[in-house]
Design a protein around this ligand. Structure first.
Ligand SMILES: C[S@@+](CC[C@H](N)C(=O)[O-])C[C@H]1O[C@@H](n2cnc3c(N)ncnc32)[C@H](O)[C@@H]1O
Length: 319
């Protein structure tokens, strides 16, 4: 019979001690240190029942701890995640560093440059929120899109939790198929886009004004994307059960060679540039061999490969 964290930690059947501490911390609403300092405090029986049920989901059903505690740490910030969103991965943090450094270099060359940030396939919103919090020169506008509306609800929570109130009005959330909101033939960016906004954190007047300013002053448009890039055969052949059984499949599977979505996004970008000859830079995460394919297929783009700690995963920037 367990009545406190001390009992749980002393139980030899509970082998994942760091996991049980995180579950207790989640259910008791206390941070980890506080839980450990007060490990003799009595936990009521209903809460203990939930703690043990969650632990058994983790141990017996491969449920990721991030979906149990609804949190995932990314570049030192705690993001809300739900089973509708991918659990952000550590290799993706390298994209934020690459974008931050690129923006920094740009400002060194021309301190009057301004930019607009697009997070395509935003999931929990980690890319848009992290770039915004990590860069000294903030974007005029941050557009975050996903094909799945449930993701936008989570992304919105993360904007509200992690971005300072005074900067939140620049964020816009939109349900979209990649960048279709830009490339549609009737879209003379930016004016028409506001009609397609499903969720927006600013009021329409502010938005209209910002986008007017952006087209006039020729912003640099920076796209960040960690789109599904795992070929379907590799995904279904993988033995990572916690991924296959718990994470949303449409966040991973990129079919055939895994590059269909990136190719489509690049086409949308080209179509848009024929209407609006603006400057764009795209940062995309993929496997090393996939980057080699895109570099060959799009030789007219200036491409840079940024390595991550993971030997097979890189960030490709294209401009
Ligand atoms: C690998 S997850 C990345 C989530 C988040 N950006 C991250 O790095 O943790 C890919 C995301 O792309 C979204 N997605 C898939 N197909 C899409 C499409 N055609 N247009 C927009 N988003 C899409 C999925 O819903 C999912 O949230």
């Amino acid at each position: 019979m367990h009545t406190c964290l001390f009992d749980l930690l002393a139980d030899p059947a509970i082998t994942h001690k760091s996991i049980i501490k995180r579950i207790v911390s989640h259910h008791c609403g206390r941070d980890l240190t506080d839980c450990i300092v007060h490990q003799d405090d009595t936990i009521d029986s209903e809460t203990m029942r939930k703690i043990l049920a969650d632990y058994s989901d983790f141990r017996d059903k491969n449920k990721p701890i991030e979906y149990i505690v609804w949190r995932c740490e990314f570049l030192g910030r705690k993001f809300v995640v739900t089973p509708a969103t991918l659990i952000p991965r550590a290799e993706t943090e390298y994209m934020i560093i690459a974008v931050r450094d690129r923006i920094h270099d740009q400002y060194k060359k021309n301190s009057t440059d301004q930019f607009c940030l697009y997070d395509i396939g935003t999931g929990s919103g980690v890319l848009g929120v992290s770039v915004d919090c990590e860069t000294e020169h903030r974007a005029t506008c941050v557009m975050m899109t996903d094909i799945d509306e449930k993701c936008l609800v989570v992304a919105r929570q993360n904007i509200e939790r992690l971005v300072s109130k005074k900067y939140q009005h620049r964020f816009h959330l939109q349900k979209a198929d990649l960048c279709d909101f830009l490339a549609s033939s009737d879209c003379v960016f930016p004016k028409n886009v506001q009609h397609r906004l499903d969720v927006t954190m600013s009021n329409k007047n502010t938005l209209h004004h910002e986008w007017d300013t952006m087209t006039q002053s020729k912003h640099i448009h920076i796209f960040v994307a960690n789109l599904p890039y795992i070929p379907d055969q590799a995904f279904f052949g993988s033995d990572e059960l916690s991924v296959r059984e718990w994470e949303p499949h449409h966040a991973f599977i990129g079919w055939d060679d895994g590059l269909d979505l990136y190719r489509r996004q690049l086409r949308q970008r080209s179509e848009w540039k024929t209407i609006n000859p603006v400057r764009t830079i795209m940062f995309c995460e993929m496997m090393t061999w996939q980057a080699e394919i895109l570099v060959r297929e799009f030789p007219y783009l200036v491409q840079t490969v940024h390595h991550t700690f993971h030997a097979n995963i890189v960030i490709l920037s294209m401009e």
